[in-house]
Design a protein around this ligand. Structure first.
Ligand code: PLP
Length: 373
């Protein structure tokens, strides 16, 4: 009797990642993962880390010395922001206009905040007036710059101008490296992001920035050891260039090298050129979708170029179309979020995918899928 031998050689799937993230990384970011691995305290690696923090300051539009890649995905950036800033009973006003605003409320509450949610209709931008008048003296006002669940951009600069004494905490996961972001000029006190959206890197790191004003109001001994910014500062960020690093955790050196390569690529292209490339691709996609008779979901005038939400036509099965795109065209797009799971699709053109050829590809494939639906 012969024992069946399991097949070990499955052909590699090579997808066009045109959903809400991850996206296809920049080639430079993928190549960096193939370089020989460095130790996390190797001087060669520390130079890469220092440059990465410098390049992150460029991407954030900040001079904050505490700007660093946290060793976890974007949600850990959210967790780090709240665990380091919320003392029990602190009032946190959260602008909620989608899934990630909701998540902020949950995370802030778990860390003992008295959360004041300001709910908005999904698909609409944050109403700055309502948010800043929701409470007379909040410690923190929190908002999502680019709501990936709805494809909407909110006016962070206006929030910063009206925040008063509150700290402004911003989710920039889907905006960094895709649309205009100016942390210092806009009054962002603390911000977190992710690598797998417009920065064009695999998921795994959370670029984080915090200014002195917010750092002075932090929790001395936060309930998270791993995300304690005071401890992390001895290893990365504040210690930049000092050469006096102390071990905290083993930095994911390959991921940092990959982020470094993507940021260098973005800097070489020019950050504003990268924003313009996203704007152009997103506009082409949105025009093209309307031309084939589809209806966009996000409010006009507030649409993100890097993430487009489009209504599923009546009588069309959302999941069938997504399956067809994946099987016949190797294209991944996203389902809608929350209550829009089966009535909206989400199409991302992030980082390396923010290109005209990707627009043509996804529109042609979608027409084909709809013809078969
Ligand atoms: C993707 C995303 C997150 C969460 O990031 P993960 O990498 O999935 O942990 C948070 N906020 C926004 C706006 C996002 O798009």
């Amino acid at each position: 009797m012969t024992t069946p031998v399991p097949s070990t050689a499955r052909p590699l799937a090579d997808r066009h990642l045109l959903g809400p993230g991850p996206c296809n990384p920049y080639p430079e970011a993928t190549l960096a993962l193939a370089a020989p691995l460095l130790g996390h305290l190797d001087p060669e690696f520390l130079a890469i880390m220092d440059e990465t923090c410098d390049l992150l300051r460029l991407a954030w539009g900040t001079d904050n010395r505490r700007t660093l890649p946290l060793s976890a995905t974007g949600s850990a950036g959210m967790e780090a922001a709240f665990v380091n800033l919320v003392h029990p009973g602190d009032v946190v006003v959260v602008a909620v206009n989608g899934l990630f605003g909701q998540r902020m409320c949950d995370v802030a509450a778990r860390h003992g905040a008295e959360v004041v949610p300001v709910d908005h209709e999904w698909g609409q931008p944050v109403d700055v007036e309502r948010v800043v008048s929701a409470h007379p003296s909040p410690k923190i006002i929190a908002a999502v710059h680019a709501e990936t669940s709805t494809g909407v951009r909110s006016d962070v600069a206006a929030l910063g101008a009206a925040k008063g004494d509150a700290l402004l905490l911003v989710d920039a996961v889907t905006s960094i490296g895709g649309i205009e972001l100016r942390a210092d000029a806009w009054g962002i006190d603390v911000g977190y992001a992710g690598t797998q959206k417009c920065l064009g890197v695999a998921p795994g790191l959370a670029p984080f920035t915090i200014n002195d004003r917010a750092f002075e109001r932090r929790v001395e001994r936060p309930s998270s050891w791993y995300l304690d910014l005071g401890l992390l500062g001895g290893y990365v960020g504040e210690a930049s260039g000092a050469g006096q690093r102390t071990y905290h955790h083993t930095a994911p050196t390959a991921m940092v090298a990959s982020l470094h390569a993507a940021l260098q690529r973005i800097a070489a292209e020019g950050l504003e050129n990268v924003w313009a490339r996203h704007a152009e691709a997103g506009q082409l996609l949105q025009d093209g979708l309307e031309e084939i008779g589809l209806e966009l979901f996000a409010a006009k005038g507030h649409r993100l170029p890097e993430l487009t939400t489009v209504r599923v036509p009546d009588g069309v099965d959302s999941a069938d179309v997504r399956r067809y795109l994946l099987e016949k065209h190797d294209i991944e797009i996203g389902a809608g979020a929350g209550q829009y799971a089966s009535t909206v699709w989400r199409i991302g053109l992030m980082g390396h995918n923010a290109r005209r050829d990707r627009v043509a590809l996804v529109i042609t494939a979608l027409e084909d899928a709809l013809a078969h639906a």
